[in-house]
Design a protein around this ligand. Structure first.
Ligand SMILES: C[S@@+](CC[C@H](N)C(=O)[O-])C[C@H]1O[C@@H](n2cnc3c(N)ncnc32)[C@H](O)[C@@H]1O
Length: 464
């Protein structure tokens, strides 16, 4: 326990007075990089509260070497894991949200460009011979998704248009032109998410499902997240919305061109689906099976916020396409999001992480700009980062190297996430930099002022 904390009274703790943690002299150069800095797989699909690839590079470049394992137990859309692979490290990403897992897996276990384009060509051919039945189905669903003859096959079942078993939600049906809907139903049924190439194509489709430009399949909603279904129904009725006719195969072909502007990383990573509280065994098993080092030298992660982002609800159109249940996702992710249990949750995560870390591991916790805990203001996450150290990391034996400050420009806070900043890189308040042991802490401190190469791809890796 820190002297400062020992001296604090219960009253002070209740008032959330800052504990004045030491700062680590890390210059936030990631903020000076272009928004789309890094590998073109990063922006495959928007994901709320994801952080910029450049931020992960600042730590990967300093605190790991090619061949090291870099772990993110809350991988989201896979930013840390992909960036690690792109720099010749073994990126391991874990998430409890199947949509996040799909995005992470698509990025760190991708197909080749030839495999992806060949599969797309196969789908086009299959579409050409079966299109009339799917177009009829698309038209029926568009007309009245509740009608008895508007049932559709389940996602990934490989069934025919006539083998319908489930209804399409009204707000899905009204999002697309009937022809686009017919194509989407076909592709949704054909793609099998346990296949590497199909999974990549499915992830790429989620990235173009909705948005406000001609590259998206529906213009009903912005790209960053799905608006509330009721709002969408009202909006569509009020504005007599009708989506332009967009060709799924052409849209996907263009998306693949963008994704493969650079070759996929040569180093393959690992994507895991599960709770961060038991990630260590699963990560080590997966690494051992593939004959790789089974402990991480670096963790760069951003834990879920305090009940601010509903990953299922805000992605309902994408989860429908993938055949996932948005409600079930939110129920599974809805861990202890009240402050006290939240800190206990983070402590469990840090405890269970330890066996998967090397002794000199550096652990970077990006504590997001949370504004409220059940309606109460909590100082833009300042208090939360300090409490995380005090209540979760220190009791588990981690050593504090310091807090990297990343000042948030006024007005660019969580509330803004739903406006024009939505889906962009998270605006970070506090970054806790820890060592798994004293040697990890020393490594964190001595690496802080190393120069980082911000050219992309990095000069040192162009040969890898
Ligand atoms: C702030 S986001 C991480 C975003 C990520 N850094 C990125 O760049 O995309 C937090 C993630 O934690 C996941 N999550 C929530 N509870 C979890 C749990 N118990 N175990 C694992 N992941 C969980 C959410 O699904 C979400 O993807």
């Amino acid at each position: 326990m820190s002297a400062r904390r020992a001296g604090a009274t219960a009253g002070q703790l209740a008032l959330e007075l800052p504990l004045d943690l030491p700062q680590i002299a890390l210059v936030p150069e990631w903020k000076d990089q272009q928004r789309l800095w890094g590998h073109p797989f990063h922006p495959m699909c928007s994901y709320l509260a994801s952080f910029p690839a450049a931020l992960t590079h600042a730590f990967i470049a300093r605190y790991s070497r090619p061949g090291d394992v870099v772990l993110d137990p809350f991988s989201g859309r896979g930013t840390t894991a992909l960036q690690a692979c792109a720099e010749g490290r073994i990126g391991v990403g874990n998430d409890l949200n199947p949509f996040a897992h799909l995005l992470t897996a698509a990025k760190v276990e991708p197909p080749t460009q030839a495999q992806a384009t060949t599969r797309l060509a196969q789908l086009r051919l299959a579409w050409n011979s079966a299109s009339s039945s799917w177009l009829t189905l698309g038209a029926r669903v568009f007309e009245d998704p509740t009608a008895g003859d508007a049932l559709v096959p389940t996602a990934g079942s490989g069934a025919g248009a006539g083998d319908g078993v489930e209804t399409v939600p009204l707000e899905v049906a009204l999002a697309f032109h009937p022809r686009t809907l017919g194509q989407l139903l076909f592709v949704r049924t054909a793609l099998r998410l346990d296949d590497r190439t199909d999974r990549f194509l499915a992830a790429a489709v989620t990235g173009i499902l909705h948005g406000k430009s001609a590259s998206y399949l529906s213009e009903l909603m912005p790209n960053t997240f799905s608006m509330a279904p009721r709002y969408v129904r009202d909006f569509a009725a009020r504005t007599e919305f009708s989506s332009p006719d967009r060709d799924v195969f052409d849209g996907l072909a263009k998306k693949l061109d963008r994704l493969f502007r650079q070759p996929p990383p040569r180093t393959e990573g690992v994507a895991l689906l599960g709770d961060a509280r038991d990630v260590a065994d699963r990560a080590r098993d997966a690494l051992r099976v593939s004959g790789r080092p089974d402990r991480a030298r670096l963790v760069v992660t951003s834990p879920p916020y305090l009940r601010v982002v509903k990953y299922g609800y805000y992605n309902w159109l994408r989860t429908w396409f993938l055949g996932f249940d948005a409600r079930a996702i939110d129920a599974a992710l809805d861990d202890a999001h009240h402050r006290k249990p939240y800190l206990a949750f983070l402590r469990d995560v840090l405890a269970s992480l330890r066996p998967a870390l090397t002794d000199d591991a550096v652990v970077v916790l990006v504590i997001g700009d949370v504004l409220t805990d059940r309606g109460r203001d909590i100082h833009n996450g300042v208090g939360l980062a300090e409490r995380t150290w005090e209540m979760a990391a220190e009791p588990e034996g981690y050593k504090l190297a310091g807090v990297a400050l990343d000042d948030v420009a006024a007005g660019r806070k969580m509330t803004k996430l739903w406006g024009d900043e939505a889906g962009r890189a998270t605006k970070t308040d506090r970054i806790l930099v820890l060592g798994a042991t004293e040697s990890g802490r020393r490594r964190a401190l001595s690496g802080a002022d190393l120069d980082v190469d911000w050219s992309w791809p990095p000069r040192s890796l162009r040969a890898i």
